[in-house]
Design a protein around this ligand. Structure first.
Ligand code: XMP
Length: 521
Protein backbone atom coordinates (compact mmCIF):
# COMPACT_ATOMS: atom_id res chain seq x y z
CA UNK A 1 0.00 0.00 0.00
CA UNK A 2 1.26 3.44 -0.79
CA UNK A 3 0.06 6.87 -1.67
CA UNK A 4 -0.34 5.93 -5.33
CA UNK A 5 -2.25 2.74 -5.05
CA UNK A 6 -4.32 2.72 -1.89
CA UNK A 7 -4.98 -0.88 -1.05
CA UNK A 8 -6.07 -1.80 -4.51
CA UNK A 9 -4.70 -4.92 -6.01
CA UNK A 10 -5.56 -7.31 -8.79
CA UNK A 11 -7.10 -9.95 -6.62
CA UNK A 12 -10.21 -7.96 -5.87
CA UNK A 13 -13.10 -8.07 -8.31
CA UNK A 14 -13.37 -4.49 -9.53
CA UNK A 15 -15.54 -2.50 -11.86
CA UNK A 16 -13.60 0.38 -13.39
CA UNK A 17 -15.29 3.74 -13.81
CA UNK A 18 -13.65 6.04 -16.31
CA UNK A 19 -14.44 9.63 -15.39
CA UNK A 20 -15.32 12.09 -18.12
CA UNK A 21 -16.00 14.83 -15.59
CA UNK A 22 -19.59 14.23 -14.50
CA UNK A 23 -20.76 15.54 -11.17
CA UNK A 24 -22.28 12.08 -10.61
CA UNK A 25 -19.14 9.95 -11.13
CA UNK A 26 -18.63 9.33 -7.43
CA UNK A 27 -22.25 8.33 -7.16
CA UNK A 28 -21.73 5.61 -9.78
CA UNK A 29 -18.86 4.31 -7.66
CA UNK A 30 -21.06 4.32 -4.56
CA UNK A 31 -23.91 2.49 -6.23
CA UNK A 32 -21.63 -0.30 -7.48
CA UNK A 33 -20.19 -0.81 -4.00
CA UNK A 34 -23.66 -0.81 -2.51
CA UNK A 35 -24.48 -3.61 -4.92
CA UNK A 36 -21.51 -5.56 -3.57
CA UNK A 37 -18.97 -4.96 -6.32
CA UNK A 38 -15.87 -2.94 -5.56
CA UNK A 39 -15.51 0.07 -7.86
CA UNK A 40 -12.61 2.27 -8.74
CA UNK A 41 -12.72 5.66 -10.47
CA UNK A 42 -9.93 6.72 -12.78
CA UNK A 43 -9.56 9.57 -15.21
CA UNK A 44 -10.94 8.89 -18.73
CA UNK A 45 -7.39 8.67 -20.11
CA UNK A 46 -6.05 6.15 -17.58
CA UNK A 47 -3.40 4.11 -19.42
CA UNK A 48 -4.50 0.93 -21.13
CA UNK A 49 -1.63 -0.97 -19.49
CA UNK A 50 -3.03 -0.09 -16.06
CA UNK A 51 -6.51 -1.16 -17.09
CA UNK A 52 -5.14 -4.50 -18.23
CA UNK A 53 -3.27 -4.88 -14.96
CA UNK A 54 -6.41 -4.12 -12.97
CA UNK A 55 -8.34 -6.63 -15.08
CA UNK A 56 -11.79 -5.18 -14.28
CA UNK A 57 -14.96 -7.25 -14.63
CA UNK A 58 -16.61 -4.30 -16.35
CA UNK A 59 -16.04 -0.70 -17.36
CA UNK A 60 -18.45 2.19 -16.89
CA UNK A 61 -17.94 5.38 -18.89
CA UNK A 62 -19.29 8.27 -16.84
CA UNK A 63 -21.19 11.28 -18.04
CA UNK A 64 -19.44 14.58 -18.62
CA UNK A 65 -20.11 18.25 -19.29
CA UNK A 66 -18.61 18.38 -22.78
CA UNK A 67 -20.01 17.91 -26.23
CA UNK A 68 -18.20 15.14 -28.14
CA UNK A 69 -17.50 17.51 -31.04
CA UNK A 70 -15.97 20.27 -28.90
CA UNK A 71 -12.30 20.89 -29.43
CA UNK A 72 -10.35 19.19 -26.69
CA UNK A 73 -13.35 17.17 -25.49
CA UNK A 74 -12.22 13.95 -23.80
CA UNK A 75 -12.84 11.07 -26.20
CA UNK A 76 -11.68 7.53 -25.59
CA UNK A 77 -13.09 4.33 -26.92
CA UNK A 78 -11.03 2.56 -29.56
CA UNK A 79 -8.46 0.96 -27.28
CA UNK A 80 -11.16 -0.33 -24.92
CA UNK A 81 -12.96 -2.30 -27.62
CA UNK A 82 -10.46 -5.13 -27.80
CA UNK A 83 -10.34 -5.77 -24.06
CA UNK A 84 -13.27 -8.15 -24.14
CA UNK A 85 -14.69 -6.44 -21.06
CA UNK A 86 -18.37 -5.40 -20.86
CA UNK A 87 -18.89 -1.63 -21.05
CA UNK A 88 -21.74 0.61 -19.94
CA UNK A 89 -21.67 4.18 -21.24
CA UNK A 90 -23.73 6.69 -19.31
CA UNK A 91 -24.88 9.93 -21.01
CA UNK A 92 -21.67 11.49 -22.39
CA UNK A 93 -20.04 8.06 -22.02
CA UNK A 94 -22.66 6.65 -24.38
CA UNK A 95 -22.12 9.48 -26.85
CA UNK A 96 -18.35 8.91 -26.91
CA UNK A 97 -18.90 5.23 -27.59
CA UNK A 98 -21.47 5.84 -30.31
CA UNK A 99 -19.40 8.54 -32.02
CA UNK A 100 -16.32 6.33 -32.27
CA UNK A 101 -18.42 3.38 -33.41
CA UNK A 102 -19.67 5.44 -36.34
CA UNK A 103 -23.02 6.70 -35.08
CA UNK A 104 -24.23 10.29 -35.20
CA UNK A 105 -24.52 12.57 -32.19
CA UNK A 106 -26.35 15.87 -32.48
CA UNK A 107 -27.13 18.82 -30.30
CA UNK A 108 -30.72 18.85 -29.11
CA UNK A 109 -32.87 21.93 -29.78
CA UNK A 110 -32.90 22.47 -26.05
CA UNK A 111 -31.03 20.81 -23.24
CA UNK A 112 -32.98 18.02 -21.62
CA UNK A 113 -32.51 18.37 -17.92
CA UNK A 114 -34.42 16.79 -15.06
CA UNK A 115 -37.18 14.23 -14.90
CA UNK A 116 -38.20 12.38 -18.05
CA UNK A 117 -39.99 9.19 -18.95
CA UNK A 118 -38.55 6.40 -21.05
CA UNK A 119 -40.26 3.50 -22.69
CA UNK A 120 -38.35 0.28 -23.07
CA UNK A 121 -38.83 -0.99 -26.60
CA UNK A 122 -36.80 -4.19 -26.76
CA UNK A 123 -35.77 -7.10 -24.58
CA UNK A 124 -32.32 -6.68 -23.08
CA UNK A 125 -30.33 -8.08 -20.20
CA UNK A 126 -29.80 -4.49 -19.10
CA UNK A 127 -33.51 -4.01 -18.44
CA UNK A 128 -34.33 -7.45 -17.15
CA UNK A 129 -37.06 -7.14 -14.50
CA UNK A 130 -37.57 -3.42 -15.19
CA UNK A 131 -41.06 -2.12 -16.06
CA UNK A 132 -41.54 -0.92 -19.64
CA UNK A 133 -42.31 2.68 -18.60
CA UNK A 134 -39.72 4.30 -16.37
CA UNK A 135 -39.19 7.73 -14.82
CA UNK A 136 -35.52 8.66 -15.26
CA UNK A 137 -33.17 11.58 -14.70
CA UNK A 138 -31.75 13.27 -17.79
CA UNK A 139 -29.01 15.87 -17.98
CA UNK A 140 -27.64 16.41 -21.45
CA UNK A 141 -27.40 18.68 -24.45
CA UNK A 142 -26.41 16.20 -27.19
CA UNK A 143 -27.94 12.86 -28.02
CA UNK A 144 -27.65 10.03 -30.49
CA UNK A 145 -29.58 10.54 -33.73
CA UNK A 146 -28.26 7.58 -35.71
CA UNK A 147 -26.97 4.31 -34.33
CA UNK A 148 -23.73 2.78 -35.48
CA UNK A 149 -23.89 -0.53 -37.36
CA UNK A 150 -24.58 -3.52 -35.16
CA UNK A 151 -26.19 -1.48 -32.40
CA UNK A 152 -29.80 -1.79 -31.32
CA UNK A 153 -32.11 0.80 -29.82
CA UNK A 154 -33.56 -0.38 -26.49
CA UNK A 155 -35.55 2.59 -25.21
CA UNK A 156 -36.93 5.96 -26.20
CA UNK A 157 -37.65 9.02 -24.07
CA UNK A 158 -40.96 10.88 -24.05
CA UNK A 159 -39.28 13.66 -26.01
CA UNK A 160 -38.41 11.13 -28.70
CA UNK A 161 -34.68 10.69 -28.17
CA UNK A 162 -32.80 7.40 -28.09
CA UNK A 163 -32.53 6.57 -24.39
CA UNK A 164 -30.72 3.22 -24.35
CA UNK A 165 -28.70 1.10 -26.78
CA UNK A 166 -26.79 -2.15 -26.91
CA UNK A 167 -24.44 -4.23 -28.94
CA UNK A 168 -25.19 -7.37 -26.98
CA UNK A 169 -22.78 -9.48 -29.02
CA UNK A 170 -19.85 -7.50 -27.65
CA UNK A 171 -21.47 -6.71 -24.29
CA UNK A 172 -21.55 -2.97 -24.90
CA UNK A 173 -24.44 -0.97 -23.46
CA UNK A 174 -25.34 2.69 -23.20
CA UNK A 175 -27.98 4.79 -21.48
CA UNK A 176 -28.70 8.45 -22.13
CA UNK A 177 -30.16 8.92 -18.64
CA UNK A 178 -28.46 8.61 -15.24
CA UNK A 179 -29.16 5.28 -13.51
CA UNK A 180 -26.92 6.29 -10.57
CA UNK A 181 -29.17 9.05 -9.18
CA UNK A 182 -32.15 8.40 -6.94
CA UNK A 183 -34.46 10.19 -9.39
CA UNK A 184 -34.10 7.12 -11.60
CA UNK A 185 -35.94 4.61 -9.40
CA UNK A 186 -35.00 1.59 -11.52
CA UNK A 187 -31.36 2.74 -11.65
CA UNK A 188 -30.23 0.28 -8.97
CA UNK A 189 -31.82 -2.61 -10.83
CA UNK A 190 -30.23 -1.51 -14.12
CA UNK A 191 -26.78 -1.26 -12.53
CA UNK A 192 -27.31 -4.63 -10.84
CA UNK A 193 -28.21 -6.15 -14.20
CA UNK A 194 -25.05 -4.72 -15.72
CA UNK A 195 -22.83 -5.90 -12.87
CA UNK A 196 -24.24 -9.36 -12.33
CA UNK A 197 -25.94 -10.46 -15.58
CA UNK A 198 -23.64 -8.75 -18.05
CA UNK A 199 -20.28 -8.53 -16.23
CA UNK A 200 -20.97 -11.78 -14.35
CA UNK A 201 -19.60 -10.30 -11.14
CA UNK A 202 -19.57 -12.58 -8.13
CA UNK A 203 -20.21 -9.69 -5.72
CA UNK A 204 -19.95 -10.08 -1.98
CA UNK A 205 -17.76 -7.03 -1.45
CA UNK A 206 -18.43 -5.47 1.92
CA UNK A 207 -16.75 -3.34 4.51
CA UNK A 208 -15.71 -6.51 6.32
CA UNK A 209 -13.85 -7.74 3.26
CA UNK A 210 -12.31 -4.27 2.87
CA UNK A 211 -11.10 -4.37 6.44
CA UNK A 212 -9.59 -7.86 6.07
CA UNK A 213 -7.83 -6.93 2.84
CA UNK A 214 -6.60 -3.62 4.24
CA UNK A 215 -5.11 -5.36 7.26
CA UNK A 216 -3.35 -7.87 5.02
CA UNK A 217 -1.97 -5.11 2.80
CA UNK A 218 -0.84 -2.95 5.71
CA UNK A 219 1.04 -5.92 7.15
CA UNK A 220 2.81 -6.46 3.82
CA UNK A 221 3.78 -2.79 3.50
CA UNK A 222 4.93 -2.29 7.06
CA UNK A 223 7.06 -5.35 7.59
CA UNK A 224 8.72 -4.96 10.98
CA UNK A 225 8.96 -1.19 10.77
CA UNK A 226 7.48 1.34 13.11
CA UNK A 227 4.73 3.71 12.09
CA UNK A 228 3.47 7.01 13.43
CA UNK A 229 0.14 8.73 13.20
CA UNK A 230 -1.15 12.20 13.95
CA UNK A 231 -4.38 11.43 15.77
CA UNK A 232 -6.77 14.37 15.69
CA UNK A 233 -9.76 12.66 17.25
CA UNK A 234 -11.67 13.16 14.01
CA UNK A 235 -13.32 10.24 12.22
CA UNK A 236 -10.73 9.71 9.48
CA UNK A 237 -7.55 9.72 11.52
CA UNK A 238 -9.20 7.64 14.26
CA UNK A 239 -10.36 4.93 11.88
CA UNK A 240 -7.03 4.90 10.00
CA UNK A 241 -5.07 4.63 13.25
CA UNK A 242 -7.31 1.87 14.60
CA UNK A 243 -6.86 -0.15 11.43
CA UNK A 244 -3.10 0.22 11.47
CA UNK A 245 -2.98 -0.58 15.18
CA UNK A 246 -4.55 -3.97 14.43
CA UNK A 247 -1.43 -4.79 12.43
CA UNK A 248 1.31 -2.82 14.12
CA UNK A 249 0.31 -3.04 17.79
CA UNK A 250 2.95 -1.26 19.85
CA UNK A 251 5.00 -0.48 16.75
CA UNK A 252 2.43 2.27 16.21
CA UNK A 253 2.82 5.65 17.90
CA UNK A 254 -0.30 7.80 17.79
CA UNK A 255 0.49 11.37 18.61
CA UNK A 256 -2.39 13.50 19.83
CA UNK A 257 -1.46 17.16 20.22
CA UNK A 258 -3.54 19.37 22.49
CA UNK A 259 -3.18 22.76 20.85
CA UNK A 260 -5.35 24.54 23.39
CA UNK A 261 -8.06 25.37 20.84
CA UNK A 262 -9.98 22.10 20.97
CA UNK A 263 -13.65 21.68 21.87
CA UNK A 264 -14.59 21.34 25.54
CA UNK A 265 -13.35 18.03 27.04
CA UNK A 266 -11.96 16.94 23.66
CA UNK A 267 -8.54 15.95 25.00
CA UNK A 268 -10.04 13.83 27.77
CA UNK A 269 -12.50 12.20 25.37
CA UNK A 270 -9.70 11.18 23.01
CA UNK A 271 -7.83 9.78 26.02
CA UNK A 272 -10.85 7.80 27.21
CA UNK A 273 -11.63 6.34 23.77
CA UNK A 274 -8.09 5.50 22.69
CA UNK A 275 -6.10 4.79 25.85
CA UNK A 276 -7.85 1.44 26.44
CA UNK A 277 -7.32 0.52 22.79
CA UNK A 278 -3.87 1.86 22.07
CA UNK A 279 -2.34 1.71 25.56
CA UNK A 280 1.27 2.95 25.31
CA UNK A 281 0.87 3.57 21.60
CA UNK A 282 -1.08 6.72 22.44
CA UNK A 283 1.09 9.72 23.15
CA UNK A 284 -0.70 12.88 24.20
CA UNK A 285 1.21 16.12 24.21
CA UNK A 286 -0.11 19.28 25.79
CA UNK A 287 1.53 21.99 23.72
CA UNK A 288 -1.15 24.58 24.38
CA UNK A 289 1.30 27.08 25.96
CA UNK A 290 3.35 27.13 22.78
CA UNK A 291 0.28 27.50 20.58
CA UNK A 292 -1.09 30.38 22.68
CA UNK A 293 2.30 32.08 22.65
CA UNK A 294 2.36 31.82 18.84
CA UNK A 295 -1.17 33.19 18.57
CA UNK A 296 -0.65 36.17 20.88
CA UNK A 297 -1.53 39.45 19.19
CA UNK A 298 -2.70 37.79 15.97
CA UNK A 299 -6.14 38.52 14.50
CA UNK A 300 -5.70 37.67 10.84
CA UNK A 301 -7.37 34.33 9.97
CA UNK A 302 -4.69 33.13 7.56
CA UNK A 303 -1.95 34.04 10.03
CA UNK A 304 -3.74 31.99 12.69
CA UNK A 305 -3.88 29.01 10.34
CA UNK A 306 -0.19 29.37 9.47
CA UNK A 307 0.90 29.66 13.09
CA UNK A 308 -1.13 26.65 14.18
CA UNK A 309 -0.04 24.50 11.22
CA UNK A 310 3.60 25.47 11.72
CA UNK A 311 3.60 24.77 15.44
CA UNK A 312 1.86 21.47 14.92
CA UNK A 313 4.59 20.34 12.55
CA UNK A 314 7.31 21.39 15.01
CA UNK A 315 5.69 19.46 17.87
CA UNK A 316 4.93 16.41 15.78
CA UNK A 317 8.37 16.35 14.20
CA UNK A 318 10.09 16.40 17.57
CA UNK A 319 7.99 13.45 18.71
CA UNK A 320 8.52 11.54 15.47
CA UNK A 321 12.29 11.89 15.76
CA UNK A 322 12.21 10.25 19.18
CA UNK A 323 10.69 7.18 17.58
CA UNK A 324 13.67 5.93 15.65
CA UNK A 325 12.06 2.84 14.10
CA UNK A 326 9.36 4.82 12.36
CA UNK A 327 9.50 4.47 8.60
CA UNK A 328 5.84 5.15 7.86
CA UNK A 329 3.25 7.81 8.53
CA UNK A 330 -0.46 6.95 8.63
CA UNK A 331 -2.79 9.50 7.12
CA UNK A 332 -6.58 9.43 7.09
CA UNK A 333 -6.85 10.67 3.49
CA UNK A 334 -10.22 9.62 2.10
CA UNK A 335 -11.43 9.21 -1.45
CA UNK A 336 -13.00 12.67 -1.89
CA UNK A 337 -9.65 14.19 -0.77
CA UNK A 338 -7.90 12.22 -3.50
CA UNK A 339 -10.39 13.36 -6.13
CA UNK A 340 -10.32 16.96 -4.92
CA UNK A 341 -6.57 17.24 -5.10
CA UNK A 342 -6.32 15.60 -8.49
CA UNK A 343 -5.85 17.99 -11.37
CA UNK A 344 -7.05 15.83 -14.26
CA UNK A 345 -10.56 15.14 -13.14
CA UNK A 346 -12.26 17.63 -15.35
CA UNK A 347 -14.83 20.20 -14.43
CA UNK A 348 -16.32 18.23 -11.52
CA UNK A 349 -13.19 18.81 -9.50
CA UNK A 350 -13.46 20.80 -6.33
CA UNK A 351 -10.76 23.00 -4.97
CA UNK A 352 -9.71 22.16 -1.47
CA UNK A 353 -8.19 24.94 0.47
CA UNK A 354 -7.39 23.47 3.87
CA UNK A 355 -4.23 21.49 4.18
CA UNK A 356 -3.23 21.32 7.81
CA UNK A 357 -0.12 19.16 7.75
CA UNK A 358 0.95 19.29 4.13
CA UNK A 359 4.57 18.41 3.45
CA UNK A 360 5.01 16.46 6.67
CA UNK A 361 5.98 13.06 5.23
CA UNK A 362 8.61 14.56 2.89
CA UNK A 363 10.07 16.56 5.74
CA UNK A 364 10.34 13.54 7.98
CA UNK A 365 11.50 11.15 5.27
CA UNK A 366 8.58 8.83 5.96
CA UNK A 367 6.55 6.75 3.55
CA UNK A 368 2.81 7.30 3.57
CA UNK A 369 0.21 4.75 4.51
CA UNK A 370 -3.30 5.81 3.56
CA UNK A 371 -5.65 2.93 4.26
CA UNK A 372 -8.83 4.93 3.63
CA UNK A 373 -7.87 6.31 0.24
CA UNK A 374 -10.53 4.28 -1.53
CA UNK A 375 -13.43 5.08 0.78
CA UNK A 376 -16.20 7.64 0.98
CA UNK A 377 -16.95 9.31 4.30
CA UNK A 378 -19.87 7.11 5.24
CA UNK A 379 -17.88 4.03 4.25
CA UNK A 380 -15.17 5.20 6.66
CA UNK A 381 -17.83 5.36 9.36
CA UNK A 382 -19.00 1.87 8.46
CA UNK A 383 -15.43 0.63 8.71
CA UNK A 384 -15.10 2.36 12.08
CA UNK A 385 -18.15 0.43 13.24
CA UNK A 386 -16.57 -2.83 12.05
CA UNK A 387 -13.54 -1.92 14.13
CA UNK A 388 -15.66 -1.24 17.21
CA UNK A 389 -15.23 2.52 17.48
CA UNK A 390 -18.04 4.26 19.39
CA UNK A 391 -20.94 5.76 17.45
CA UNK A 392 -20.55 9.11 19.25
CA UNK A 393 -17.10 9.46 17.71
CA UNK A 394 -18.00 8.16 14.26
CA UNK A 395 -20.99 10.47 13.84
CA UNK A 396 -19.26 13.61 15.04
CA UNK A 397 -19.41 16.77 12.97
CA UNK A 398 -16.18 17.79 11.26
CA UNK A 399 -13.87 20.11 13.13
CA UNK A 400 -11.25 22.32 11.46
CA UNK A 401 -7.55 21.74 12.09
CA UNK A 402 -7.05 25.28 13.46
CA UNK A 403 -9.92 24.55 15.84
CA UNK A 404 -11.57 27.25 17.89
CA UNK A 405 -8.90 29.72 16.80
CA UNK A 406 -10.90 30.34 13.61
CA UNK A 407 -14.10 30.66 15.63
CA UNK A 408 -12.78 33.40 17.87
CA UNK A 409 -12.88 36.53 15.81
CA UNK A 410 -9.89 38.66 16.76
CA UNK A 411 -7.13 37.61 19.12
CA UNK A 412 -7.17 34.10 20.57
CA UNK A 413 -6.66 34.01 24.33
CA UNK A 414 -7.17 31.30 26.93
CA UNK A 415 -10.12 33.26 28.36
CA UNK A 416 -11.79 33.59 24.98
CA UNK A 417 -11.33 29.85 24.34
CA UNK A 418 -12.96 29.05 27.69
CA UNK A 419 -16.01 31.18 26.92
CA UNK A 420 -16.38 29.68 23.47
CA UNK A 421 -15.92 26.10 24.71
CA UNK A 422 -18.75 26.57 27.21
CA UNK A 423 -21.14 28.15 24.73
CA UNK A 424 -20.33 25.58 22.05
CA UNK A 425 -20.83 22.67 24.45
CA UNK A 426 -24.28 23.98 25.41
CA UNK A 427 -25.31 24.34 21.77
CA UNK A 428 -24.16 20.82 20.89
CA UNK A 429 -25.73 19.32 24.02
CA UNK A 430 -29.10 20.89 23.21
CA UNK A 431 -28.90 19.81 19.57
CA UNK A 432 -28.27 16.24 20.70
CA UNK A 433 -31.01 16.41 23.31
CA UNK A 434 -33.52 17.61 20.69
CA UNK A 435 -32.45 14.91 18.22
CA UNK A 436 -31.18 17.45 15.69
CA UNK A 437 -27.46 16.74 15.91
CA UNK A 438 -27.34 13.87 13.38
CA UNK A 439 -29.58 15.79 10.98
CA UNK A 440 -27.34 18.81 10.52
CA UNK A 441 -23.96 18.66 8.83
CA UNK A 442 -21.96 20.89 11.14
CA UNK A 443 -22.93 23.05 14.10
CA UNK A 444 -20.85 25.23 16.36
CA UNK A 445 -20.60 28.53 18.19
CA UNK A 446 -18.48 31.54 17.27
CA UNK A 447 -17.25 34.21 19.68
CA UNK A 448 -17.49 37.75 18.34
CA UNK A 449 -15.26 40.59 19.51
CA UNK A 450 -18.33 42.83 19.66
CA UNK A 451 -19.70 43.95 23.03
CA UNK A 452 -23.33 44.82 23.49
CA UNK A 453 -25.44 46.16 26.29
CA UNK A 454 -27.70 43.89 28.29
CA UNK A 455 -29.50 43.77 31.58
CA UNK A 456 -29.20 41.16 34.27
CA UNK A 457 -31.33 41.60 37.39
CA UNK A 458 -31.05 45.32 38.04
CA UNK A 459 -27.64 45.62 36.50
CA UNK A 460 -26.53 46.79 33.13
CA UNK A 461 -24.13 44.39 31.43
CA UNK A 462 -21.70 45.06 28.60
CA UNK A 463 -20.50 41.74 27.26
CA UNK A 464 -19.67 39.70 24.18
CA UNK A 465 -21.86 38.14 21.52
CA UNK A 466 -22.02 34.46 20.59
CA UNK A 467 -23.11 33.56 17.06
CA UNK A 468 -24.55 30.09 16.53
CA UNK A 469 -23.91 28.46 13.17
CA UNK A 470 -25.51 25.27 11.89
CA UNK A 471 -25.36 24.21 8.26
CA UNK A 472 -26.74 21.52 5.99
CA UNK A 473 -24.56 20.45 3.11
CA UNK A 474 -23.58 17.46 1.03
CA UNK A 475 -20.00 18.36 0.26
CA UNK A 476 -19.22 21.53 2.28
CA UNK A 477 -18.55 23.45 -0.92
CA UNK A 478 -22.02 24.95 -0.77
CA UNK A 479 -24.22 24.99 2.32
CA UNK A 480 -27.50 26.26 3.68
CA UNK A 481 -28.16 27.33 7.24
CA UNK A 482 -30.18 24.70 9.11
CA UNK A 483 -33.85 25.50 9.76
CA UNK A 484 -33.56 24.86 13.51
CA UNK A 485 -36.83 25.28 15.41
CA UNK A 486 -37.34 28.54 17.30
CA UNK A 487 -37.90 26.86 20.65
CA UNK A 488 -34.59 25.03 20.35
CA UNK A 489 -32.76 28.25 19.49
CA UNK A 490 -34.54 30.00 22.35
CA UNK A 491 -33.42 27.34 24.82
CA UNK A 492 -29.81 27.45 23.63
CA UNK A 493 -29.78 31.22 23.71
CA UNK A 494 -31.21 31.42 27.18
CA UNK A 495 -28.79 28.82 28.57
CA UNK A 496 -25.76 30.50 27.03
CA UNK A 497 -26.69 34.07 27.99
CA UNK A 498 -27.59 33.03 31.53
CA UNK A 499 -24.74 30.68 32.33
CA UNK A 500 -21.69 31.57 30.24
CA UNK A 501 -19.81 34.36 31.94
CA UNK A 502 -18.86 37.14 29.55
CA UNK A 503 -21.75 36.61 27.10
CA UNK A 504 -25.06 38.48 27.18
CA UNK A 505 -26.35 38.09 23.64
CA UNK A 506 -26.78 35.18 21.21
CA UNK A 507 -27.51 35.41 17.50
CA UNK A 508 -28.17 32.77 14.84
CA UNK A 509 -26.28 32.93 11.53
CA UNK A 510 -28.76 32.67 8.64
CA UNK A 511 -26.29 32.98 5.77
CA UNK A 512 -25.73 30.33 3.14
CA UNK A 513 -22.44 29.43 1.47
CA UNK A 514 -21.88 31.19 -0.85
CA UNK A 515 -21.75 34.11 -0.24
CA UNK A 516 -20.54 33.27 3.30
CA UNK A 517 -18.36 30.30 4.23
CA UNK A 518 -19.17 27.69 6.86
CA UNK A 519 -16.56 28.96 9.30
CA UNK A 520 -16.44 32.66 10.10
CA UNK A 521 -12.73 32.83 9.37
P1 XMP B 1 -15.49 26.77 4.93
O1 XMP B 1 -15.36 27.69 6.10
O2 XMP B 1 -14.31 26.83 3.99
O3 XMP B 1 -15.49 25.31 5.54
O4 XMP B 1 -16.79 26.93 4.22
C1 XMP B 1 -15.76 24.11 4.85
C2 XMP B 1 -15.39 22.96 5.76
O5 XMP B 1 -13.98 22.96 5.99
C3 XMP B 1 -13.69 23.08 7.37
N1 XMP B 1 -12.51 23.97 7.51
C4 XMP B 1 -11.27 23.53 7.77
N2 XMP B 1 -10.80 22.28 8.00
N3 XMP B 1 -8.62 23.16 8.29
C5 XMP B 1 -9.49 22.12 8.28
O6 XMP B 1 -9.07 20.99 8.53
C6 XMP B 1 -9.00 24.45 8.05
O7 XMP B 1 -8.21 25.37 8.06
C7 XMP B 1 -10.41 24.63 7.80
N4 XMP B 1 -11.17 25.72 7.54
C8 XMP B 1 -12.46 25.28 7.37
C9 XMP B 1 -14.94 23.67 7.99
O8 XMP B 1 -15.02 23.35 9.37
C10 XMP B 1 -16.02 23.04 7.15
O9 XMP B 1 -16.28 21.72 7.60
Amino acid sequence: MNSEGGILNNRRETVLILDFGSQYTQLIARRCREEGVYSRVESWDWPLADIKKLDPVGIILSGGPNSVYEEGAPVRWDDLVGLGVPVLGICYGLQVMMLREGGVIEAAHSREYGRAKVTIQAESRLFHGVDAEQPVWMSHGDHTTRLADGWKQLAISDSGIIAAVEDARRNFYGVQFHPEVTHTPAGDKILRNFLYDICCAKGGWSMRSYSDEAIEQIALSLGDNGVICALSGGVDSSVAATLVHKVAGDRLRCVFVNNGVLRKNEASEVESIFRPRFKDSLITIDASDDFFADLAGISDPEQKRKKIGGRFITVFEAEAKRFKDAKFLVQGTIYPDVIESSSSKGPAKIIKSHHNVGGLPEKLGLKLIEPLRDLFKDEVRQLGRELGLPESMLMRHPFPGPGLAVRIIGEVTRDAVKILQEADAIFIEELREAGWYPHVSQAFAVLLPVKSVGVMGDNRTYEQVIALRSVDTRDFMTADFSPLPHDLLAKVSSRIANTVRGVNRVVYDVTSKPPATVEWE
